[in-house]
Design a protein around this ligand. Structure first.
Ligand code: AMP
Length: 121
């Protein structure tokens, strides 16, 4: 299947991975809305909120809690927005949850690799 997130899950395309277990992978968005913008993706391909398994959905939100704490610890953020697109606004047709950090002032976007190093160091 020609799905970019399946290719990331399978290791065919590299990513800035910040978390992985048997069910999900989380990595930094390559075109971030803010520094530290993270995507949590189920490993098994599924389209959107209408098709995802309930247990997987719960697990994704449990992992979102942990990643949000990590972002708070590692970056100087003031909050974060969780977002999830379906249908027309959904660019990648493989379910994913966005965690989008919010800062005090509008921060200049810096290299994803630099943010990755801050989060994982
Ligand atoms: P959505 O509009 O909710 O489908 O968002 C898809 C997101 O995936 C966008 O924010 C893209 O920047 C991001 N994205 C697309 N390709 C990649 C990739 N190879 N690695 C990381 N993020 C990606």
């Amino acid at each position: 299947m020609d799905c970019i997130f399946c290719k990331i899950v399978n290791g065919e395309i590299p990513c800035y991975k910040i978390y992985e277990d048997d069910t999900v992978i989380a990595f930094l968005d390559v075109n971030p809305k803010s520094n530290g913008h993270t995507l949590i993706v189920p490993k098994e391909h599924t389209l959107d909120i209408t098709t995802i398994d309930d247990n997987v959905l719960l697990h994704i939100f449990q992992i979102a809690k942990e990643i949000a704490k990590t972002l708070q610890n590692k970056l100087n953020i003031k909050g974060y927005t969780l977002a999830q697109n379906n249908g027309k606004p959904q660019e990648v047709k493989h379910f994913h949850l966005h965690i989008i950090p919010v800062y005090d002032n509008e921060e200049e976007l810096i290299e994803v690799e630099e943010i990755y190093n801050k989060i994982t160091q």
